[in-house]
Design a protein around this ligand. Structure first.
Ligand code: HEM
Length: 380
Protein backbone atom coordinates (compact mmCIF):
# COMPACT_ATOMS: atom_id res chain seq x y z
CA UNK A 1 0.00 0.00 0.00
CA UNK A 2 1.08 3.57 -0.52
CA UNK A 3 2.01 4.80 2.98
CA UNK A 4 1.34 8.39 1.93
CA UNK A 5 0.91 9.77 5.47
CA UNK A 6 4.48 8.78 6.40
CA UNK A 7 6.20 10.68 3.62
CA UNK A 8 8.67 13.07 5.24
CA UNK A 9 7.43 16.65 5.08
CA UNK A 10 9.45 19.83 5.70
CA UNK A 11 6.95 21.14 8.28
CA UNK A 12 6.28 17.95 10.21
CA UNK A 13 9.30 15.69 9.64
CA UNK A 14 8.54 12.13 10.69
CA UNK A 15 5.14 12.93 12.23
CA UNK A 16 2.04 11.62 10.50
CA UNK A 17 0.91 14.14 7.91
CA UNK A 18 -1.90 15.17 7.51
CA UNK A 19 -2.78 15.11 11.22
CA UNK A 20 -3.91 11.69 12.50
CA UNK A 21 -7.56 10.62 12.22
CA UNK A 22 -9.20 10.28 15.59
CA UNK A 23 -12.83 9.55 14.71
CA UNK A 24 -13.19 6.60 12.34
CA UNK A 25 -16.97 6.90 12.23
CA UNK A 26 -16.64 10.11 10.20
CA UNK A 27 -14.58 8.71 7.33
CA UNK A 28 -15.34 6.37 4.47
CA UNK A 29 -14.13 2.86 5.37
CA UNK A 30 -14.82 -0.47 3.62
CA UNK A 31 -15.98 -2.18 6.84
CA UNK A 32 -19.40 -2.48 8.46
CA UNK A 33 -20.45 0.75 10.21
CA UNK A 34 -21.45 -0.95 13.44
CA UNK A 35 -18.14 -2.87 13.59
CA UNK A 36 -16.22 0.39 13.25
CA UNK A 37 -18.32 2.03 15.95
CA UNK A 38 -17.87 -0.95 18.28
CA UNK A 39 -14.07 -1.07 17.88
CA UNK A 40 -13.73 2.65 18.33
CA UNK A 41 -15.93 2.65 21.39
CA UNK A 42 -13.87 -0.10 23.07
CA UNK A 43 -10.66 1.74 22.15
CA UNK A 44 -11.93 4.96 23.70
CA UNK A 45 -12.93 3.07 26.82
CA UNK A 46 -9.69 1.18 27.41
CA UNK A 47 -8.77 3.27 30.51
CA UNK A 48 -12.09 2.75 32.38
CA UNK A 49 -12.19 -0.90 31.28
CA UNK A 50 -8.73 -1.44 32.75
CA UNK A 51 -9.76 0.39 35.88
CA UNK A 52 -12.85 -1.79 36.35
CA UNK A 53 -10.97 -5.01 35.43
CA UNK A 54 -13.25 -5.61 32.44
CA UNK A 55 -10.85 -5.10 29.55
CA UNK A 56 -10.00 -8.77 28.99
CA UNK A 57 -13.60 -9.98 28.95
CA UNK A 58 -14.58 -7.11 26.64
CA UNK A 59 -11.82 -7.98 24.16
CA UNK A 60 -12.64 -11.70 24.31
CA UNK A 61 -16.24 -10.88 23.33
CA UNK A 62 -15.24 -8.95 20.19
CA UNK A 63 -15.87 -10.50 16.76
CA UNK A 64 -12.85 -11.56 14.70
CA UNK A 65 -12.95 -8.71 12.18
CA UNK A 66 -11.49 -9.32 8.73
CA UNK A 67 -9.18 -6.37 8.04
CA UNK A 68 -8.42 -7.38 4.42
CA UNK A 69 -10.87 -4.81 2.90
CA UNK A 70 -8.67 -2.02 4.32
CA UNK A 71 -6.23 -2.80 1.50
CA UNK A 72 -8.50 -0.66 -0.63
CA UNK A 73 -8.24 2.44 1.57
CA UNK A 74 -6.72 5.42 -0.22
CA UNK A 75 -5.92 7.13 3.05
CA UNK A 76 -3.29 5.14 4.92
CA UNK A 77 -4.10 7.00 8.15
CA UNK A 78 -7.21 4.83 8.44
CA UNK A 79 -5.14 1.64 8.43
CA UNK A 80 -2.78 3.20 10.99
CA UNK A 81 -5.66 4.16 13.28
CA UNK A 82 -6.95 0.55 13.24
CA UNK A 83 -3.41 -0.67 13.91
CA UNK A 84 -3.22 1.78 16.83
CA UNK A 85 -6.50 0.48 18.24
CA UNK A 86 -5.50 -3.19 18.04
CA UNK A 87 -1.99 -2.42 19.32
CA UNK A 88 -3.58 -0.97 22.45
CA UNK A 89 -5.97 -3.92 22.68
CA UNK A 90 -2.99 -6.28 22.52
CA UNK A 91 -0.74 -4.55 25.05
CA UNK A 92 -3.75 -3.84 27.25
CA UNK A 93 -4.87 -7.49 27.16
CA UNK A 94 -1.44 -8.79 28.18
CA UNK A 95 -0.54 -6.22 30.84
CA UNK A 96 -3.81 -4.89 32.33
CA UNK A 97 -3.64 -7.11 35.40
CA UNK A 98 -0.07 -6.42 36.36
CA UNK A 99 0.07 -9.24 38.90
CA UNK A 100 -1.20 -11.62 36.26
CA UNK A 101 0.22 -10.83 32.80
CA UNK A 102 -0.99 -13.31 30.18
CA UNK A 103 1.07 -15.23 27.64
CA UNK A 104 -1.40 -15.23 24.76
CA UNK A 105 -3.55 -12.93 22.65
CA UNK A 106 -7.03 -14.28 21.88
CA UNK A 107 -8.22 -14.64 18.23
CA UNK A 108 -10.42 -11.47 18.25
CA UNK A 109 -7.28 -9.42 18.99
CA UNK A 110 -4.51 -11.54 17.46
CA UNK A 111 -5.99 -12.27 14.02
CA UNK A 112 -6.97 -8.71 12.94
CA UNK A 113 -3.81 -7.30 14.56
CA UNK A 114 -1.48 -9.55 12.55
CA UNK A 115 -3.43 -8.70 9.38
CA UNK A 116 -2.95 -5.01 10.17
CA UNK A 117 0.73 -5.61 10.90
CA UNK A 118 1.10 -6.87 7.33
CA UNK A 119 -0.68 -3.83 5.97
CA UNK A 120 1.52 -1.35 7.88
CA UNK A 121 4.58 -3.58 7.33
CA UNK A 122 5.62 -3.57 11.00
CA UNK A 123 5.57 -6.18 13.81
CA UNK A 124 2.24 -6.60 15.64
CA UNK A 125 2.98 -4.74 18.88
CA UNK A 126 2.73 -1.12 20.10
CA UNK A 127 5.55 0.94 18.52
CA UNK A 128 6.62 4.60 18.79
CA UNK A 129 4.84 5.31 15.48
CA UNK A 130 1.60 4.48 17.29
CA UNK A 131 2.17 6.15 20.68
CA UNK A 132 3.86 9.30 19.37
CA UNK A 133 4.06 9.86 15.61
CA UNK A 134 0.34 9.27 15.02
CA UNK A 135 -1.00 9.97 18.48
CA UNK A 136 -1.80 13.66 18.50
CA UNK A 137 -4.69 15.99 17.79
CA UNK A 138 -4.48 19.77 17.78
CA UNK A 139 -6.76 21.49 20.32
CA UNK A 140 -6.71 24.74 18.33
CA UNK A 141 -6.56 23.54 14.71
CA UNK A 142 -4.87 26.79 13.67
CA UNK A 143 -2.26 26.48 16.42
CA UNK A 144 1.12 24.79 16.33
CA UNK A 145 2.11 21.20 16.99
CA UNK A 146 3.27 21.85 20.54
CA UNK A 147 2.47 19.88 23.67
CA UNK A 148 0.27 22.59 25.21
CA UNK A 149 -1.91 22.64 22.08
CA UNK A 150 -2.27 18.87 21.74
CA UNK A 151 -4.17 15.94 23.12
CA UNK A 152 -3.48 12.28 22.39
CA UNK A 153 -5.80 10.24 20.15
CA UNK A 154 -5.39 6.95 22.01
CA UNK A 155 -4.93 6.49 25.73
CA UNK A 156 -4.15 3.36 27.65
CA UNK A 157 -4.53 4.48 31.24
CA UNK A 158 -5.61 8.11 31.04
CA UNK A 159 -3.44 9.88 33.56
CA UNK A 160 -1.99 13.29 32.61
CA UNK A 161 1.52 11.83 32.78
CA UNK A 162 0.71 9.42 29.97
CA UNK A 163 -0.46 12.11 27.55
CA UNK A 164 2.39 14.45 28.47
CA UNK A 165 5.00 11.74 27.97
CA UNK A 166 3.80 11.08 24.42
CA UNK A 167 3.10 14.72 23.54
CA UNK A 168 6.59 15.86 24.56
CA UNK A 169 7.88 13.34 22.02
CA UNK A 170 5.47 14.73 19.41
CA UNK A 171 6.70 18.29 19.99
CA UNK A 172 10.34 17.16 19.76
CA UNK A 173 9.51 15.51 16.44
CA UNK A 174 7.87 18.74 15.23
CA UNK A 175 11.01 20.75 16.07
CA UNK A 176 13.26 18.13 14.51
CA UNK A 177 11.42 18.60 11.20
CA UNK A 178 13.60 21.68 10.56
CA UNK A 179 16.73 19.55 10.79
CA UNK A 180 15.39 16.65 8.79
CA UNK A 181 14.34 19.10 6.05
CA UNK A 182 18.03 20.04 5.63
CA UNK A 183 19.30 16.56 4.86
CA UNK A 184 18.32 16.13 1.19
CA UNK A 185 19.07 19.76 0.11
CA UNK A 186 22.45 19.69 1.87
CA UNK A 187 23.39 16.44 0.14
CA UNK A 188 22.83 18.31 -3.14
CA UNK A 189 24.63 21.45 -1.93
CA UNK A 190 27.69 19.34 -1.13
CA UNK A 191 27.72 17.90 -4.65
CA UNK A 192 27.56 21.44 -6.03
CA UNK A 193 30.24 22.62 -3.59
CA UNK A 194 27.98 25.31 -2.10
CA UNK A 195 29.90 25.69 1.15
CA UNK A 196 27.87 28.65 2.32
CA UNK A 197 24.61 26.70 1.93
CA UNK A 198 26.08 23.75 3.84
CA UNK A 199 27.14 26.07 6.63
CA UNK A 200 23.65 27.61 6.79
CA UNK A 201 22.01 24.18 6.89
CA UNK A 202 24.26 23.00 9.69
CA UNK A 203 23.48 26.19 11.63
CA UNK A 204 19.78 25.29 11.37
CA UNK A 205 20.50 21.75 12.57
CA UNK A 206 22.45 23.09 15.57
CA UNK A 207 19.77 25.58 16.59
CA UNK A 208 17.05 22.95 16.12
CA UNK A 209 18.78 20.84 18.75
CA UNK A 210 18.24 23.77 21.16
CA UNK A 211 14.50 23.77 20.48
CA UNK A 212 14.35 19.97 20.88
CA UNK A 213 16.25 20.21 24.13
CA UNK A 214 14.03 22.98 25.55
CA UNK A 215 10.99 20.76 24.94
CA UNK A 216 12.71 17.65 26.28
CA UNK A 217 13.51 19.45 29.56
CA UNK A 218 9.77 20.03 30.04
CA UNK A 219 9.17 16.27 30.45
CA UNK A 220 9.07 16.40 34.30
CA UNK A 221 6.51 19.26 34.28
CA UNK A 222 3.61 16.83 33.89
CA UNK A 223 5.16 13.37 33.74
CA UNK A 224 6.52 12.22 37.06
CA UNK A 225 9.27 9.58 37.04
CA UNK A 226 7.30 7.52 39.56
CA UNK A 227 4.06 7.46 37.62
CA UNK A 228 5.92 6.82 34.37
CA UNK A 229 7.83 3.94 35.89
CA UNK A 230 5.03 2.27 37.83
CA UNK A 231 1.93 3.06 35.79
CA UNK A 232 2.66 3.84 32.14
CA UNK A 233 5.84 1.97 31.35
CA UNK A 234 4.51 -1.53 32.13
CA UNK A 235 2.10 -1.15 29.19
CA UNK A 236 4.95 -0.40 26.80
CA UNK A 237 7.00 -3.52 27.48
CA UNK A 238 7.88 -5.96 24.72
CA UNK A 239 6.39 -9.43 24.34
CA UNK A 240 8.31 -12.45 25.48
CA UNK A 241 6.96 -15.70 24.08
CA UNK A 242 3.40 -14.54 23.47
CA UNK A 243 1.10 -16.86 21.50
CA UNK A 244 -1.08 -15.12 18.90
CA UNK A 245 -4.02 -17.53 19.02
CA UNK A 246 -5.65 -18.43 15.72
CA UNK A 247 -2.91 -16.88 13.57
CA UNK A 248 -2.16 -19.64 11.07
CA UNK A 249 1.19 -18.27 9.87
CA UNK A 250 2.69 -18.44 13.40
CA UNK A 251 1.75 -22.16 13.66
CA UNK A 252 1.20 -21.79 17.39
CA UNK A 253 4.79 -20.61 17.95
CA UNK A 254 5.12 -17.89 20.60
CA UNK A 255 6.39 -14.52 19.41
CA UNK A 256 9.04 -12.31 21.02
CA UNK A 257 8.91 -8.64 20.04
CA UNK A 258 10.45 -5.42 21.32
CA UNK A 259 8.52 -2.81 23.30
CA UNK A 260 7.87 0.83 22.50
CA UNK A 261 10.89 3.14 22.82
CA UNK A 262 12.25 6.47 21.58
CA UNK A 263 14.91 4.35 19.89
CA UNK A 264 12.21 3.77 17.25
CA UNK A 265 12.21 7.51 16.44
CA UNK A 266 14.11 8.26 13.23
CA UNK A 267 15.41 11.67 14.35
CA UNK A 268 18.64 10.63 16.04
CA UNK A 269 19.42 7.81 13.55
CA UNK A 270 18.94 10.28 10.65
CA UNK A 271 21.11 13.00 12.18
CA UNK A 272 23.71 10.51 13.37
CA UNK A 273 23.99 9.11 9.84
CA UNK A 274 24.01 12.50 8.12
CA UNK A 275 26.68 13.88 10.47
CA UNK A 276 28.75 10.78 9.71
CA UNK A 277 29.01 9.57 13.31
CA UNK A 278 30.32 6.07 13.86
CA UNK A 279 29.77 3.88 16.89
CA UNK A 280 31.61 0.77 17.94
CA UNK A 281 29.61 -2.39 17.40
CA UNK A 282 27.89 -4.41 20.10
CA UNK A 283 24.92 -4.24 22.47
CA UNK A 284 22.83 -1.22 21.68
CA UNK A 285 24.11 -0.66 18.12
CA UNK A 286 22.72 -4.03 17.02
CA UNK A 287 19.53 -3.27 18.89
CA UNK A 288 19.25 0.11 17.13
CA UNK A 289 19.37 -1.66 13.76
CA UNK A 290 16.54 -3.96 14.88
CA UNK A 291 14.53 -0.89 15.97
CA UNK A 292 14.33 0.20 12.32
CA UNK A 293 11.89 -2.67 11.63
CA UNK A 294 9.46 -0.97 14.01
CA UNK A 295 9.62 2.35 12.13
CA UNK A 296 7.24 3.25 9.29
CA UNK A 297 8.56 1.93 5.99
CA UNK A 298 9.12 5.36 4.34
CA UNK A 299 11.27 6.32 7.35
CA UNK A 300 13.36 3.17 7.02
CA UNK A 301 13.81 3.99 3.34
CA UNK A 302 14.84 7.55 4.15
CA UNK A 303 17.46 6.32 6.65
CA UNK A 304 18.82 3.89 4.06
CA UNK A 305 19.15 6.74 1.57
CA UNK A 306 21.41 8.92 3.77
CA UNK A 307 25.08 8.85 2.76
CA UNK A 308 26.94 8.65 6.05
CA UNK A 309 30.34 9.51 4.53
CA UNK A 310 29.48 12.54 2.45
CA UNK A 311 29.08 15.46 4.88
CA UNK A 312 31.87 14.66 7.32
CA UNK A 313 34.34 14.02 4.48
CA UNK A 314 33.30 17.28 2.81
CA UNK A 315 33.89 19.24 6.03
CA UNK A 316 37.32 17.59 6.44
CA UNK A 317 38.28 18.26 2.80
CA UNK A 318 37.19 21.90 2.82
CA UNK A 319 39.44 22.89 5.75
CA UNK A 320 37.18 25.87 6.21
CA UNK A 321 37.26 27.01 9.87
CA UNK A 322 33.67 28.32 9.85
CA UNK A 323 32.32 25.14 8.34
CA UNK A 324 34.28 22.97 10.77
CA UNK A 325 33.09 25.10 13.66
CA UNK A 326 29.39 24.75 12.81
CA UNK A 327 29.81 21.01 12.12
CA UNK A 328 31.39 20.63 15.56
CA UNK A 329 28.59 22.67 17.07
CA UNK A 330 26.08 20.10 15.75
CA UNK A 331 28.07 17.33 17.42
CA UNK A 332 28.23 19.24 20.69
CA UNK A 333 24.45 19.71 20.61
CA UNK A 334 24.02 15.99 19.91
CA UNK A 335 26.22 15.25 22.94
CA UNK A 336 24.13 17.64 25.06
CA UNK A 337 20.91 15.97 23.89
CA UNK A 338 22.30 12.52 24.65
CA UNK A 339 23.46 13.74 28.10
CA UNK A 340 19.99 15.03 28.92
CA UNK A 341 18.54 11.77 27.64
CA UNK A 342 20.92 9.81 29.84
CA UNK A 343 19.87 11.92 32.80
CA UNK A 344 16.19 11.09 32.17
CA UNK A 345 16.92 7.41 31.49
CA UNK A 346 18.46 7.38 34.95
CA UNK A 347 15.76 9.45 36.68
CA UNK A 348 12.79 7.68 35.07
CA UNK A 349 14.09 4.11 35.06
CA UNK A 350 17.57 3.19 36.26
CA UNK A 351 17.34 4.86 39.67
CA UNK A 352 14.21 2.81 40.41
CA UNK A 353 15.57 -0.71 40.00
CA UNK A 354 18.67 -2.74 40.76
CA UNK A 355 19.15 -4.23 37.30
CA UNK A 356 17.60 -1.78 34.87
CA UNK A 357 16.45 -2.89 31.44
CA UNK A 358 14.85 -0.58 28.85
CA UNK A 359 11.37 -1.21 27.41
CA UNK A 360 13.32 -2.62 24.49
CA UNK A 361 15.08 -4.93 26.95
CA UNK A 362 18.63 -3.51 26.86
CA UNK A 363 21.23 -2.82 29.58
CA UNK A 364 20.83 0.72 28.56
CA UNK A 365 22.81 2.92 30.98
CA UNK A 366 26.14 1.51 29.89
CA UNK A 367 25.25 1.74 26.20
CA UNK A 368 23.66 5.18 26.30
CA UNK A 369 26.77 6.52 28.08
CA UNK A 370 28.97 4.93 25.43
CA UNK A 371 26.94 6.46 22.57
CA UNK A 372 27.19 9.89 24.19
CA UNK A 373 30.95 9.59 24.83
CA UNK A 374 31.66 8.21 21.36
CA UNK A 375 29.85 11.23 19.88
CA UNK A 376 32.01 13.62 21.90
CA UNK A 377 35.31 12.20 20.61
CA UNK A 378 34.32 12.65 16.96
CA UNK A 379 34.65 16.42 16.93
CA UNK A 380 36.94 17.60 14.14
C1 HEM B 1 11.74 10.40 30.01
C2 HEM B 1 12.00 10.24 28.74
C3 HEM B 1 12.82 9.11 28.17
C4 HEM B 1 13.30 7.97 28.75
C5 HEM B 1 13.11 7.52 30.19
C6 HEM B 1 14.03 7.24 27.74
C7 HEM B 1 14.64 6.02 27.93
C8 HEM B 1 15.39 5.35 26.99
C9 HEM B 1 16.06 4.09 27.20
C10 HEM B 1 16.01 3.29 28.48
C11 HEM B 1 16.71 3.76 26.07
C12 HEM B 1 17.57 2.52 25.85
C13 HEM B 1 17.14 1.65 24.75
C14 HEM B 1 15.80 1.02 24.98
O1 HEM B 1 15.58 0.35 25.98
O2 HEM B 1 14.97 1.20 24.11
C15 HEM B 1 16.46 4.81 25.12
C16 HEM B 1 16.99 4.88 23.86
C17 HEM B 1 16.78 5.88 22.98
N1 HEM B 1 15.89 6.94 23.15
FE1 HEM B 1 14.94 7.45 24.85
N2 HEM B 1 13.99 7.95 26.57
C18 HEM B 1 13.26 9.09 26.79
C19 HEM B 1 12.96 10.06 25.85
C20 HEM B 1 13.42 10.08 24.57
C21 HEM B 1 13.15 11.12 23.62
C22 HEM B 1 12.30 12.36 23.87
C23 HEM B 1 13.80 10.77 22.47
C24 HEM B 1 13.82 11.56 21.17
C25 HEM B 1 12.98 11.34 20.24
C26 HEM B 1 14.47 9.52 22.70
C27 HEM B 1 15.23 8.86 21.78
C28 HEM B 1 15.97 7.71 22.03
C29 HEM B 1 16.92 7.16 21.10
C30 HEM B 1 17.24 7.69 19.72
C31 HEM B 1 17.44 6.03 21.71
C32 HEM B 1 18.54 5.11 21.14
C33 HEM B 1 19.89 5.57 21.68
C34 HEM B 1 20.50 6.73 20.94
O3 HEM B 1 20.59 6.70 19.69
O4 HEM B 1 20.96 7.68 21.61
N3 HEM B 1 14.21 9.13 23.99
N4 HEM B 1 15.65 5.77 25.70
Amino acid sequence: MNQNCWQIQDETGFLMNPDPISDLTKVDIPLKTDTIAQLQSVAENIPPLIHSHQLRETLLALPVVDMAPLKNCDDFRIVERFFQIYAHFANGFIWCEQDDPLTYLPPPVAIPFVQLGHLVERPPIVPYATTALSNYQKIDPQGKIEADNLRVVQKMIDIPDESWFHLIHVEIEAHAANSIAQIRPLAKAILQNETQRVEEGLTIIASTFDAMMATFKRMPEKCSPNRYFHTLRPYLFGFNDIVYEGVAEFEGNPQTLHGETGAQSSIIPALKAFLGLQHSHGGLTEYLEIMKRYMPKPHREFLAEIDSQQLRQYVIDQQNPNLTEVYNLCLEKMVAFRSQHLHFANAYIASKVENPKGTGGTDFMHWLTKLRDETAVQLL
